[in-house]
Ligand binder design. Structure first.
Ligand SMILES: [Zn+2]
Length: 426
C-alpha cells in the first residue's frame, strides 16, 4: 500500500516549558504596606511583622535558592510562620532551605501550618513515588535522567480542619480550608492589610480540575473558595502563579469570572446526570463559552474545560457506563483484533489515512489503533506507527493545553521509536 509521508526518524517533539504567566525574572513585588510577592514557580507570599516574616508557600527545588537569596536581600529577617496553601511540589516540598535560612539569621525554626489532609497526601506521594515520576515526566515533559518527582522534605508542624486563626507580630492571619485543586487546599486572609493569598485557587489559566493523571479535584468547591475570597473584599491578591492582582473590583471580577466558568460546567453536568444521561453523552454534549478563550486568566493553557467535565463526572459517578456489555468487557485491544480480523488490517489502515485526509484526526487514531491491535506484517505496522505519530504530532502542535500537548508529544515520540525499532526487511 501507499505509505504516507513520514515524520523524520529521531525527531523528538517537546513542548516549551509551561507558562503560567511565570515572572521569576522579576524582582520581589510590594503591592501593599508590608505585603510582598516573590515571583517564582510558584509564587511566595510574604508579610512583614514585628516578630518576623510570615511566608505563604515555597517554590519548587530548582527555584528555591534564588527565592531564599531574594528573601535575604529584601528582608534579612527570620521567618516566623510558613503557611502551605496545598501539598503540591511547587508550593510545599522545599521547606528545609527556609529552616537553614533562619539558622543563618539567628532565629528559631519557623512553624509550618497546613490543612490536615496534606499529611495523607505526603504519605501517598511517598508510597507512589515511582508512579508519580512516570506521570509527571509525561505531564511536564521532564527529560529522562532528571527526577520528575522529588518528595516533600518535611511535614508541617501544625495542621487543622476548617479554619485556623493566628496572630503574629500584632497582625491577624486567618487560614480557610477550601477544596479546589486539592483536598488539602487553603487560602490565607490578612484583614488588616486587606490582602489574600489564594494559592492555586487562582492560577492564570482555566482551573486544572480533571487532570488526566491525578486524583480527584473539586469544581464546585473551587468556585465556592473563590467566592469566599471575594466576600472578604480584598484589595490585594497574591496568586499561586502569575502576577499580583490589585483593586477590589478587579479581584472581584476575575475571581467571579473563574468561579462562574466552573459553576457553568458543574451545573451543566449535574443537569444531565439528573436527566439520566450517561458519561460519554454528557462529555460530548456540553458547549463551551467563547469568552473563556478571550480572557487571559481563563485560557486553557494548562488544563482545559473537557478535563473539568471528566473531573465532575468522576466526582459524582462510578466507572460503569450504563451498558452491561461493558461491565466485564474484554480488553479493547482484543475487541479491536476481532474487528480488524473481519475487515483486514490493510483496509483499516487505508480508512485511517482517508480520515486523516478529511481532517478527522481523532477518528483516524481509533482506526490506526484497531489496525495495530491486529499485529499486521512489519511494513504495514511501521506505516501505522508513522501515521499515528503524524496524527499525534499535528494534534499536539494545535493544542493549547500544556498537559494535553505533552501527552500527544509523548505519544508522537513513542510511535516514532516503535516505527524505527521495527526491522525494515523481515
Ligand atoms: Zn501550583
Amino acid at each position: 500500500m501507499n505509505l504516507s509521508k513520514t515524520p523524520s526518524a529521531g525527531n523528538v517533539k517537546r513542548a516549551p516549558l509551561l507558562d503560567l504567566k511565570f515572572e521569576e525574572k522579576d524582582d520581589p513585588q510590594n503591592p501593599g504596606d508590608g505585603i510582598w510577592m516573590i515571583p517564582s514557580y510558584g509564587n511566595m507570599g510574604v508579610v512583614e511583622t514585628e516578630q518576623g516574616l510570615v511566608v505563604v508557600d515555597v517554590p519548587m527545588g530548582p527555584f528555591i535558592a534564588k527565592t531564599i537569596k531574594r528573601l535575604h536581600n529584601t528582608f534579612g529577617a527570620p521567618v516566623h510562620t510558613i503557611f502551605l496553601t496545598h501539598g503540591h511540589a511547587d508550593h510545599a516540598f522545599c521547606l528545609n532551605p527556609l529552616f537553614e535560612y533562619n539558622e543563618k539569621q539567628g532565629g528559631p525554626p519557623p512553624r509550618v501550618i497546613a490543612q490536615r489532609n496534606i499529611l495523607k497526601r505526603f504519605n501517598r506521594y511517598r508510597m507512589l513515588q515511582g508512579f508519580n515520576d512516570h506521570i509527571n515526566r509525561e505531564q511536564f515533559a521532564v527529560p529522562e535522567g532528571i527526577s520528575a518527582f522529588p518528595l516533600p522534605d518535611r511535614n508541617p508542624d501544625i495542621t487543622f480542619d476548617g479554619n485556623l486563626s493566628t496572630r503574629v507580630g500584632g497582625i491577624d492571619f486567618h487560614a480557610y480550608h477550601a477544596e479546589g485543586e486539592t483536598d488539602d487546599h487553603l487560602w490565607v486572609w490578612v484583614p488588616e492589610k486587606k490582602a489574600v493569598f489564594s494559592g492555586d485557587l487562582l492560577i492564570w489559566t482555566f482551573p486544572n480540575v480533571g487532570n488526566p493523571f491525578k486524583v480527584q479535584r473539586y469544581t464546585l468547591e473551587w468556585a465556592e473558595g473563590l467566592e469566599a475570597i471575594v466576600a472578604k473584599q480584598p484589595e490585594i491578591l497574591i496568586p499561586g502563579h502569575g502576577p499580583v492582582l490589585q483593586g477590589r473590583d478587579r479581584i472581584r471580577k476575575i475571581c467571579l469570572t473563574v468561579s462562574s466558568a466552573l459553576r457553568y460546567l458543574h451545573d451543566e453536568v449535574v443537569k444531565r446526570l439528573n436527566a439520566g444521561m450517561g458519561y460519554e453523552d454528557i462529555l460530548h454534549d456540553i458547549e463551551f463559552l467563547p469568552e473563556w478563550s478571550q480572557k487571559d486568566y481563563l485560557v486553557p493553557r494548562y488544563g482545559c474545560p473537557t478535563f473539568v467535565i471528566h473531573g465532575i463526572l468522576r466526582q459524582y459517578t462510578g466507572w460503569y457506563d450504563g451498558n452491561p456489555s461493558n461491565l466485564f468487557a474484554p480488553k479493547k485491544s482484543e475487541i479491536a483484533r476481532e474487528v480488524t480480523g473481519l475487515v483486514g488490517a490493510e483496509k483499516m489502515a487505508v480508512h485511517a489515512h482517508q480520515l486523516q485526509s478529511e481532517g478527522r484526526a481523532q477518528m483516524a487514531l481509533q482506526f490506526t489503533d484497531m489496525a495495530l491491535a491486529a499485529e499486521p506484517e512489519p511494513a504495514l505496522r511501521r506505516s501505522l506507527h508513522r501515521l499515528k505519530a503524524e496524527l499525534l504530532g499535528s494534534l499536539g502542535d494545535r493544542e493549547s493545553s500544556f498537559i494535553a500537548r505533552n501527552i500527544y508529544y509523548t505519544g508522537y515520540n513513542r510511535e516514532i521509536r516503535l516505527a524505527d525499532a521495527d526491522p525494515e526487511n523481515d
